[in-house]
Design a protein around this ligand. Structure first.
Ligand SMILES: Cc1cc2nc3c(=O)[nH]c(=O)nc-3n(C[C@H](O)[C@H](O)[C@H](O)COP(=O)(O)OP(=O)(O)OC[C@H]3O[C@@H](n4cnc5c(N)ncnc54)[C@H](O)[C@@H]3O)c2cc1C
Length: 241
């Protein structure tokens, strides 16, 4: 039984692209229908593989943005202008295409209700993607675990899932602008903002931090300096794989 599960996880398969939706100027959400999918846990990712006509292949990891309860498997990809894979996914991929992937992958950066809370999710840039899956899963499963998101983006226009996040307990900070009428936070996530937004260490929140490597390291350091239990902090870095 276990052997079968491992074999399935590592098998590449084609998923049909159902839709490609613009989230921001740099970010697209890709809605997929995999042929063979046994479900996933909120926070897991897939590997995506592109194959050029000459046979050259490139593969990257992408977090699953959808809850296990959602109808489709959803990814959200931020375009790096000088990147190899992300510009293809954001600019070339169309509904009706086939995308090669394998997964779900990952057993550590996942949240399910049995892990409890309170749940503090801290995301930078596209690091909000797996956190969105956790928030959607929490809501869809009717969980009573308190959950709060702290999300950092460069500008208001860079905010991914902006409308949807309004329906959650979400604190947002912008690092590069303070637009007129902005009522959220400003500046990078550090000790002060975490002290304002997070549950105190005595309440033992379960913390998930996801984003670029520098962001994750800075947030984890700040959480530790505030006295949070390292065993209750889980991190995922969106550095090159
Ligand atoms: C578990 C996991 C989940 C992820 N989830 C997401 C997600 O949900 N959404 C998302 O957008 N991204 C996600 N990522 C990041 C994603 O996997 C890719 O790293 C990202 O899309 C960039 O890929 P790319 O091929 O476009 O860029 P790459 O070609 O990999 O380049 C990335 C950067 O590295 C630089 N670079 C490349 N090669 C070199 C070199 N030899 N020397 C110096 N610099 C170099 C490039 O200039 C560029 O700035 C995730 C990563 C991980 C590990």
């Amino acid at each position: 039984m276990e052997r079968t599960a491992i074999h399935r996880r590592l098998t590449w398969q084609y998923a049909s692209v159902v839709d490609v939706v613009a989230e921001t100027a740099r970010t697209k959400t890709i809605v997929l229908h995999p042929g063979d999918w046994d479900g996933h846990l909120a926070g897991q990712h897939v590997d995506v593989r592109l194959t050029a006509e000459d046979g050259y292949q490139a593969q990257r990891s992408y977090s699953i943005a959808s809850a296990p309860e959602d109808e489709h498997l959803v990814l959200t990809v931020e375009k790096l202008n000088d990147g190899e894979v992300s510009p293809y996914l954001t600019d070339e991929l169309r509904a009706g295409d086939q995308l090669e992937l394998r997964g779900p992958i990952g057993g550590y950066f996942v949240w399910k209700e049995s892990l409890g809370g309170p749940l503090l999710l801290v995301g930078g840039g596209s690091g909000v993607v797996p956190l969105r899956a956790m928030l959607r899963h929490r809501r869809a499963s009717g969980s009573g675990v308190p959950a709060r998101l702290l999300y950092s983006a460069r500008t208001r226009d860079d905010l991914i899932y902006r409308q949807e996040l309004g329906g959650f307990d979400a604190a947002i900070t912008l690092t590069r602008e303070q637009p007129e009428g902005w009522t959220g936070h400003s500046g990078r996530v550090g000790r002060k903002l975490l002290a304002d937004v997070a549950w105190p260490p005595a309440e033992r929140p379960l913390v998930y931090v996801c984003g670029p490597t520098g962001f994750v390291e800075a947030v984890a350091d700040a959480l530790l300096a505030l006295g949070h239990d390292p065993a209750r902090i889980r991190t995922e870095r969106f550095g090159p794989t």
